[in-house]
Design a protein around this ligand. Structure first.
Ligand code: BMA
Length: 305
């Protein structure tokens, strides 16, 4: 199967804005009370990633706020806030994002340990003002973390990426993530060229009666980013029920094949609205696109593809 691409980007950089004139990409999107809420990554004159907010009734036409809703506040975020993923759990909004900085939490020393990135969690009651809760782990190349939309076995659960694999982590409070409760789930498959180098998570897992349908991304030797899907067990999401062989979306349009980084479709959001899956993605790390499919088709592919 293949996602249906909307024929043009749904959000472009704003040439009149100093903080979002170069790139807008990799948004988190949540559907609530009849509206799509988007929190997107943007880069402007200083190349630092900030997070903007936009709202839409149809997922295609967006109105954005003039100023970013989140910008770096500490040395460990100084190079930017990246790739937000948003979810509602028990009436509270949570965002996972990657902090990219010049110093490392704890040591306070400039270092490149873990590439200077931290997989962060934040909390909000209105989607605009956010309270930072802290990172899931420190000192390693870890990102692409996303929360499940409900507790499993009484605990918060996150997928995260310890390069080049996808892992699971559990927490009682979203602040402490015990290392002994982290487990690898699946990794690159050498025999499938498109996902031979690395895999990572996309948006919030979709709960179905057959298991969690989870979209992911992967790349090959040439760093071409494509989108795939896995089906995880509802009660024990470390268990992969099925993993189809082929991708469901890949770069084809000019705005995906070119851009700031070529050959990239990278998604952090797949909300389901009226039985349709809305996959929002960054094209070429430069613009925001949308691709959709019927939920039933995605479930069938995740089970039998
Ligand atoms: C990954 C992520 C994304 C980005 C992608 C392609 O490592 O950090 O932010 O879209 O690379 O450049």
């Amino acid at each position: 199967m293949k996602l249906n691409r909307y024929p043009k980007p749904v959000l472009l950089p704003d040439p009149q804005s100093p903080w979002e004139c170069y790139n807008v990409f990799n948004p988190g999107v949540l559907y609530a009370n009849g509206l799509f809420h988007m929190i997107y990554r943007a880069q402007g004159l200083d190349w630092v990633s900030r997070l903007g907010y936009a709202i839409s009734t149809d997922g295609i036409h967006w109105n954005r706020l003039k100023d970013p809703i989140m910008a770096p506040e500490s040395p460990e975020e100084s190079r930017g806030l990246e790739d937000p993923r948003i979810v509602e759990i028990e009436g509270t909004y949570y965002m996972t994002y990657t902090a990219y900085g010049s110093v490392f939490r704890g040591s306070g020393q400039p270092t490149h340990a873990g590439g200077g990135i931290l997989p962060m969690v934040a909390r909000s009651h209105n989607l605009i003002t956010w309270e930072r809760l802290g990172p899931i782990v420190v000192g390693e190349d870890n990102k692409d973390h996303v929360l499940f939309p409900r507790k499993i076995g009484g605990k918060f659960v996150a997928l995260h990426r310890r390069w080049p694999q996808v892992w699971l982590a559990y927490s009682d409070d979203l602040i402490h993530w015990p290392p002994e409760q982290m487990a690898p789930i699946y990794g690159p498959r050498a025999e499938n060229l498109w996902e031979s180098r690395s895999v990572g998570n996309n948006g919030v897992p979709i709960e179905t009666e057959y298991g969690w349908v989870v979209l992911n991304h992967a790349y090959d030797e040439n760093k071409v980013y494509k989108i795939g899907v896995v089906l995880l067990d509802l009660d024990n999401p470390t268990k992969v029920i099925h993993r189809p062989k082929d991708p469901i979306f890949w770069p084809e349009e000019l705005w995906e094949l070119r851009g700031d980084v070529p050959n990239v479709v990278f998604s952090c959001a797949n909300p389901v609205v009226n039985e349709t899956v809305y996959v929002f993605y960054g094209g070429g790390d430069h613009v925001i696109g949308l691709a959709t499919c019927p939920l039933s088709e995605l479930i069938d592919y995740a089970r039998f593809g």
